[in-house]
Design a protein around this ligand. Structure first.
Ligand SMILES: C[S@@+](CC[C@H](N)C(=O)[O-])C[C@H]1O[C@@H](n2cnc3c(N)ncnc32)[C@H](O)[C@@H]1O
Length: 263
């Protein structure tokens, strides 16, 4: 049994805080507008509404799928192809699933996994009304994915792994479900300088995507230790000062890519 499985463990409490936060977002509408009392969902992270999406893409999104919770456009760097199976970790109201659905087409499949039942209800209702036949949403935690081994071509995720207490478990799970040669394409918040432990233990900072971020060098090491190759972590321009050096903010958005080796 992992420490996380022990009821009432710090990790379990952290997940409960995250779950309640995103349940309120799912039932209340757009995050950054309606849950202001707890700070914005992506408050200090450098995230903003609809970052990285082309206007043309957004025009095809079903209403209610974009809650302004992301910190990049993971599929934009994933070179999705017709017929592929895509998994979105922490799919929220489904924005990246619905965008991926168009790219993989009727011969492909998109699975969104989220641990917040209210988010799933919202995403499923949107999928039903928009008749997305190649998209399904599953209740689950990304460090214990309800997905078989080697069944997925591409793992996407948008502003989620920073919220997960056991990031190594989450990346091990992503590796497990990918087919050999499968790709990881994630947008997430990373730490651009060490985060003080006082800040790390502040629940409101954790749920707003700032305190749970890990440093880029640690993230690269973690991905390689799990088995990924071709690891690339690219800081978004907002996380860099104009002279190209990292600015002193403690977190920023990044695009993270890696490949599961073919053998
Ligand atoms: C900041 S929102 C991002 C939602 C979506 N990816 C988007 O870009 O709109 C974080 C989402 O991750 C989900 N989440 C957080 N931790 C999770 C975990 N351990 N397992 C599954 N889902 C998780 C939350 O329920 C929430 O829907």
């Amino acid at each position: 049994m992992t420490a996380d499985a022990v009821r009432g463990s710090p990790a379990e409490r952290r997940k409960d805080q995250v779950r309640s936060r995103y349940a309120a977002v799912a039932t209340g509408g757009a995050c950054c507008g309606t849950v202001a009392e707890a700070g914005t969902c992506c408050g200090d992270s450098g995230c903003s509404t609809q970052p990285g999406y082309a206007t043309e893409e957004l025009a095809h999104l079903p209403p209610g799928a974009d809650l302004g919770l992301g910190c990049g456009n993971p599929a934009a760097r994933a070179s999705l192809r017709p017929g592929e199976v895509v998994l979105d970790l922490g799919s929220g109201a489904g924005i990246d699933c619905f965008l991926a659905s168009r790219r993989v087409g009727p011969g492909g499949r998109v699975i969104g996994v989220d641990m917040t039942p209210e988010m799933l209800s919202r995403a499923r209702a949107i999928a039903r009304s928009g008749r997305y036949r190649n998209v399904e949403f599953r209740l689950g935690e990304i460090d214990h994915l309800p997905v078989p081994d080697r069944s997925v071509d591409v793992v996407l995720s948008n502003c989620v792994v920073n919220l997960v207490p056991d990031k190594a478990a989450a990346y091990r799970e992503a590796f497990r479900v990918l087919r050999p040669g499968g790709r990881l394409a994630i947008a997430d918040v990373v730490a651009t300088r060490p985060i003080a432990s006082k800040e790390r233990s502040d629940p409101s900072r954790w749920v707003s995507c700032s305190a749970g971020a890990i440093e880029v060098s640690r993230l690269r090491r973690l991905l390689r230790s799990v088995g990924f190759s071709r690891v690339a972590v690219e800081l978004a321009p907002a996380a860099r000062a104009p002279d190209g050096h990292r600015k002193p903010a403690s977190v920023g958005a990044a695009h993270i890519r890696a490949v599961k080796p073919s053998r």
